[in-house]
Write a protein of this length. Structure first.
Lengths: 367, 525, 352
């Protein structure tokens, strides 16, 4: 137990400079303990870059890094959405399938001559619809989040397959493609240029917005509160029900937005798009230091996590020795390692009960 | 202390659950500027009353008046807006948020760019300072401060919303003496400011230290409201357990004083068995054919000790010898293998498997012992079930109904059947007669006596002292998570004696080793 | 046996009654289109039973396997999202083994392939079990990882190819006939019966249900949840392996992208139709059998009626959602007699 509380008179009047410095450091350390995993992910990212540069070369240059951002913008966006959901202790397994549905529907509409910006809005809106659907199932029908979003995943994927099973091509002149225009910011030698697309800008804006909401609004702090202890948050009078619905709506909306960004870049939509992307998003969030059980984590960490995964793919391709089929195993393995680490570190903090563990975790799944 | 009208008044409030009347026509008054303690044993209705005040439960009949106005409370937000704040035993705050957030979330200071954390934290610091926590940095995560401080943070939160009523539900269960003093200083300060404080606790000394007024509930009924200074400890206990002083004195032990042959090896010998945070290191001997009663108030550590004896929890200290051999019990399977059985007090969470039938519930432990590969035949099952359903008079007499459909009392009997079916050598019964009608109570007590006669060692835990005194050969008295005495039962030992031991045992006397007598000599006054 | 109509057992029975009704209705729809739909005939050349019903039964065989496995896992309060991927792993292992052995007629080789495939999936299933019970991970995350990693593993085993092999005895498992009956149907039936017998004749079924309903109480009663969970996930793995063998042997090719793809959906749907609650507890193998047959009938009906089969997954997902709502509704109406403001507070415990 900490030292006795003495209300009223404070401790020793004068404290030496060193003691005060030590106190400040200790306080900063304690306050930022939760940020440690995120810092770790930054370190991992840096290490990977260094390793990649040393082993394969041509990593630390403009075009590689640009492509990293451009090609993973959609992943960053769904990772932000997934962060919100996981922070509350929930999960959203439907993001990949929602992207598939949204992109297929969008491209078909665009091909049918609809106004491209209306199509964009509809693409985003379809994501919102799925998200709200999950939220309603979870909140009002008391369905576990992973079941509800799993069902939504099957539904979205199924609907996408209903619409089309062949690749749909976006018209060459569609305004949607403009979202993928490559702007040269820095003109390096030959192909080594720093490129940015509107998609990347959108991703950055979303990250900023996510950060703002999570750290500067009541809703955002309620998200953390729910993850810490949903029951306490309710007893504290916080709007738990509303926030949980919001969180799934956000995840769905961002999936829709990600689909816009992705389709704009690729120009093609297919019903098998996005298979496994929910795993990537979850991995990004977990690598970035967010606890799968909720309550702790940062959206910036999820960005780092997404980039880590993207960089991993780049390194694997450069290597050439690892089969592309193995990437899912590797992603899965990494996710598993991080989840195990989280489990070990949090279990140590808990008390020892003689019981064999899996206590029912707050929200996301069945124990 | 006050001439002002009560800030909270409950008139004739009743709340019923399926099979149980939790509150039966209860009256209650709370005045501003007082500390009022709600007292009662298990099942008395304290937490139900609190939940009615905090909007968690709807009342079936009667009325609640707040500041003179009748109110229907539809949830925690409602109660809070009515000026009622609650601090729960588990300090319902969010450990992953900062202190400042826990204090201010819901009424943060907002600026043009979202929440202004500097201003918010400043407001939090001010609120904390009024409770003497000026040194506490609002930016710290809540999880980094002690539980005692977290409680004060919870109180700060209540004060930030200008609460007129502060309810504290068992706030001191996990605090040490210094922290309790600090808390009480804060409470007295708040009281002097006019806040009405409703305090729920079972620690008698603390209740007497802090309260101005007491209300006692028993079995969901209102027993009385008293000024603390007018009610002696023993009178209070008597009111709580429902016997008047005269009746207490006349309750005699019905067990013959037994000569215990000291050379017989005890069935179970526990030496220094303890578990941090739940029970202090304790010595205990259990003999075949002996009924040992655990007596003590709520929170005294009876259940915790019992769990260690079964293997439901792993002890942190000490060791156990079963039939002279050192045994370590790591989980209930070990307990069962050593022919120990434990009937838990919380039958809903740890007792019945609701969707399974009565038959399946009864044979569950026997089957678990045999392992999955050796199922009991239907005939064997029916034999066991028939025997125990008849012996315990389970109603309805249909073994194929899901056990969750039975009344609480019958569920308890089914559970008892489960344990009896394992033919234990040591049977631990934690509150076996709670929620059971009088006739059934007598039946169960008879069965227990019979078992002891057959050579089974029995540990009998009950909040009803009369039962413990009537049945036990030896009574182990516990208070505040430690064993404070043992009484060998016999004619002349009454429930009053036990009450006296508990009442007399104050915090200062805790260290007095002469109160703890490992030889179990008669401690009767 | 008691017949108080509100017990969960009765509900379970009642619920898959509607599954049977649905099967009958679907068959009727087919008959409407072609009165000869239900006709069974014997092929004079080889004495085999031929007909649409036979096709349905054969198609139901793999679904039956994973549905039964899923019911056991769900009963403990968990889920196994990896069954489809374990199927393709089994297929990949067996095809690679057969191709490598090169012997197209040896029964021993066929048995070897079978054994190896099942051993691998059993191991992977046990791995799921360890992650859930010993490590304490949530079942959905560990089986989700296994789902994606498993398919990756299959692709690695076959180097990305859709490996084909020839081996008569192996092919016979899925395509052969015995006394006129399709072998695969007999095998599936045998496996289901075996599992049902083991689970219901031993105390395993009771323990599984107890753990799923109230793990704490089960532990206090002397059940060790850990070993139980390990076993259950292991069984699910083996059954998924068998399903994979069935699916692969029928065409003697493993399609690493499509085999078993999204079959978790079918397994969960079958379990839900059969009346087992996804929250855990009482389960019904018979119900899952009905569920699997319903799914096979549905698949066949869609093809028979000429409707595009790409709409089926969406339809199945919608049915799961509706059934979840109904199951939840039942829970909610039980609570409707009491309390209040928002949170479903549980009854009974009035420890003051």
């Amino acid at each position: 137990m900490t030292s006795t509380l003495v209300p009223g008179p404070t401790g020793p009047a004068a404290r030496s400079g060193i003691a005060r410095l030590a106190g400040t450091m200790a306080r900063t350390w304690r306050a930022n303990l939760a940020a440690l995993p995120t810092l770790a992910s930054l370190v991992i990212f840096a290490v990977m870059i260094v390793y990649g540069e040393l082993t394969y070369g041509r990593i630390v240059q403009y075009n590689t890094l640009s492509n990293l951002l451009v090609n993973n913008a959609h992943l960053v966006i769904i990772a932000v959405g997934m962060t919100f959901v996981i922070l509350t202790g929930g999960i959203d397994l439907s993001v990949g399938a929602v992207i598939a549905f949204s992109s297929v529907a969008g491209v078909m509409l665009a091909n049918a001559g609809w106004n491209p910006w209306v199509v964009v809005v509809l693409m985003i809106g379809s994501g919102t619809a799925f998200g709200v659907g999950s939220g309603l199932l979870i909140q009002y029908a008391n369905v576990q989040p992973f079941i509800a979003t799993l069902a939504m995943m099957f539904l979205a994927r199924g609907l996408a397959s209903t619409l089309s099973t062949t690749p749909e091509r976006l018209p060459e002149d569609s305004a949607i493609r403009s979202l993928a225009t490559r702007f040269k910011i820095v003109d390096g030698e030959r192909v080594d240029d720093l490129i940015v697309t509107p998609g990347v800008i959108i991703a950055i804006l979303i990250v900023a917005a996510g950060f703002f909401v999570l750290h500067r609004t009541r809703t955002g702090r309620t998200v953390y509160a729910i993850g810490g202890s949903e029951q306490s948050a309710a007893l504290m009078g916080l709007p738990v029900v509303r926030t949980k619905l919001w969180v799934y709506a956000i995840s769905g909306t961002l999936a829709g937005l990600a689909s816009v960004v992705y389709t704009a870049r690729l120009g093609i939509a297919q019903n098998i798009t996005g298979i496994g992307w929910e795993l990537d998003a979850i991995a990004a969030v977990v690598i970035g230091g967010t606890l799968l059980t909720g309550g702790a984590g940062f959206v910036l960490g999820s960005v780092v996590g997404a980039l880590v995964l993207g960089l991993m793919n780049v390194l694997i391709t450069r290597d050439g020795g690892i089969r592309p089929e193995a990437t899912t195993i590797i992603t899965g393995g990494i996710l598993l390692v991080f989840v195990l680490l989280q489990r070990v570190l949090t279990a140590r903090g808990r008390g020892r009960s003689g019981e064999s563990v899996p206590a029912r975790p707050p929200e996301s799944g069945l124990a | 202390m006050t001439e002002a009208p009560p800030i909270v008044e409950m008139r004739g409030v009743s709340i019923a659950f399926p099979g149980v009347k939790a509150l039966d026509n209860v009256d209650f008054r709370l005045f501003p500027g007082e500390v009022h303690t709600l007292m009662g044993e298990n099942g008395a209705g304290k937490s139900t009353l609190i939940k009615a005040l905090t909007g968690v439960y709807r009342i079936d009949s009667g009325s609640i008046l707040i500041a003179g106005q009748e109110r229907r409370l539809h949830g925690t937000a409602d109660a809070q807006s009515a000026g009622i704040s609650t601090v729960y035993q588990e300090v319902n705050l969010c450990p992953n948020l900062t202190v400042g957030e826990n204090v201010m979330l819901g009424h943060e200071v907002r600026g043009r760019f979202g929440v202004n954390w500097r201003a918010t934290n400043r407001a939090a610091a001010e609120a904390l300072a009024t409770l003497g926590l000026a040194d506490l940095d609002p930016r710290r995560p809540l999880s980094t401060i002690s539980l005692a401080m977290q409680q004060l943070v919870a109180i700060s939160r209540a004060m930030v919303t200008d609460s007129k009523v502060l309810i504290l539900d068992e706030p001191t269960s996990s605090l040490d003496a210094n922290e309790v003093e600090a808390l009480f200083r804060v409470l007295r300060a708040l009281r002097d400011q006019g806040v009405a404080i409703l305090f729920v606790s079972h620690f008698l000394d603390q209740v007497y230290a802090i309260s101005d007024r007491l209300t006692v509930l028993r079995n969901g009924r209102y027993e009385g409201e008293y000024l603390t200074r007018d009610l002696s400890r023993t009178a209070l206990i008597a009111t709580m357990i429902g016997k008047d002083l005269e009746a207490l004195r006349s309750l005699e032990s019905q067990r013959q004083a037994q000569e215990r042959d000291r050379t017989v090896v005890p069935l179970v010998r526990a030496k220094g068995i303890g578990r941090t945070g739940s029970i202090e290191p304790t010595d205990l001997d259990l003999h075949r054919g002996e009924i040992v009663g655990f007596a003590g108030l709520l929170g005294s550590g009876r259940t915790e000790l019992a769990r260690l004896l079964y293997g439901a929890d792993r002890p942190d200290t000490g060791e156990m010898e079963i039939e002279g051999r050192k045994s370590a019990l790591h989980d209930p399977v070990d307990g069962l293998d050593h022919r120990i059985a434990f009937s838990t007090e919380n039958r809903r969470d740890e007792g019945i498997v609701g969707d399974l039938t009565v038959r399946e519930n009864i044979i569950l432990a026997v089957q678990a012992k045999r392992g999955w590969a050796r199922p009991l035949s239907r005939r064997e099952q029916e034999g066991i079930v028939r025997e125990y359903m008849a012996a315990l008079n389970v109603r309805p007499a249909d073994p194929e109904v899901p056990v969750k459909n039975l009344s609480g009392g019958n569920q308890q009997k089914v559970l008892l059947g489960r344990w009896l079916a394992t033919n234990p050598e040591l049977l631990i019964l934690d509150e076996p007669t709670r929620g059971i009608d009088v006739g059934a109570k007598a039946e169960i007590q008879e069965i227990v006596a019979h078992l002891a006669g057959d050579g089974v060692a029995v540990v009998f835990i009950s909040s009803e002292l009369e039962e413990v005194v009537r049945l036990s050969d030896r009574i182990v008295v516990l208070k505040d998570r430690r064993k404070i005495g043992e009484v060998v039962n016999g004619p002349g030992v009454t429930a009053q004696d036990i009450v006296d031991i508990i009442a007399a045992h104050g915090a200062e006397a805790a260290l007095a080793s002469d109160l703890v007598d490992p030889d179990g000599k008669d401690r009767a006054a | 046996m008691s017949t108080t109509g509100t017990g969960p057992r009765h509900l379970v029975r009642r619920q898959y009654f509607w599954g049977i009704v649905a099967i009958v209705l679907l068959l009727l729809v087919n008959v409407l289109k072609d009165p000869g739909f239900l006709a069974l005939s014997v092929n004079p050349a080889n004495g085999n039973l031929v007909g649409n019903l036979v096709d349905i039964l054969r198609a139901a065989a793999p679904i039956l396997m994973i549905a039964v496995g899923m019911s056991l896992v769900v009963a403990t309060g968990g889920i196994d999202l990896s069954v489809g991927s374990l199927m393709v792993v089994a297929g990949a292992v067996s095809m690679e083994f057969l191709k490598a052995s090169g012997d197209a007629s040896s029964g021993g080789v066929a048995l070897g392939a079978l054994g190896l495939a099942l051993a691998v999936t059993a191991l992977l299933g046990a791995l799921n079990g360890i992650l859930v019970s010993v490590v304490g991970l949530q079942p959905f995350i560990s089986t989700l990882v296994m789902m994606l990693a498993g398919r990756g593993l299959a692709k690695v085993i076959t180097s990305g190819q859709n490996t084909a092999a020839s081996n008569e005895p192996f092919r016979w498992l899925a395509n052969g006939f015995v006394l006129g009956f399709p072998v695969v149907v007999l095998l599936a039936a045998a496996v289901v019966v075996a599992v049902a017998v083991v689970v219901r004749r031993s105390a395993l079924g009771l323990m599984i249900e107890a753990v799923g309903i109230n793990r704490k109480a089960s532990r206090m009663a002397g059940i060790r949840p850990r070993g139980l969970l390990l076993t259950v996930y292991g069984i699910s793995g083996v059954l998924a392996g068998i399903a994979g063998v069935f699916a692969t042997a029928s065409v003697m090719t493993v399609d690493v992208s499509r085999t078993g793809y999204q079959l978790e959906l079918d397994a969960i749907l079958a379990v839900v139709i059969g009346g087992t609650s996804l929250a855990g507890g009482k389960f019904s193998i018979g119900g899952s059998v009905v569920g699997a047959l319903l799914i096979a009938t549905l698949d066949k009906t869609i093809v028979f009626l000429g409707v595009s089969s790409s709409a089926t997954p969406a339809f199945k997902a919608a049915v799961i959602i509706v059934l979840c709502l109904l199951q939840a509704e039942r829970v909610r109406s039980l609570f409707r007699q009491r309390r209040a403001a928002g949170s479903p507070v549980s009854k009974e415990g009035v420890a003051a």
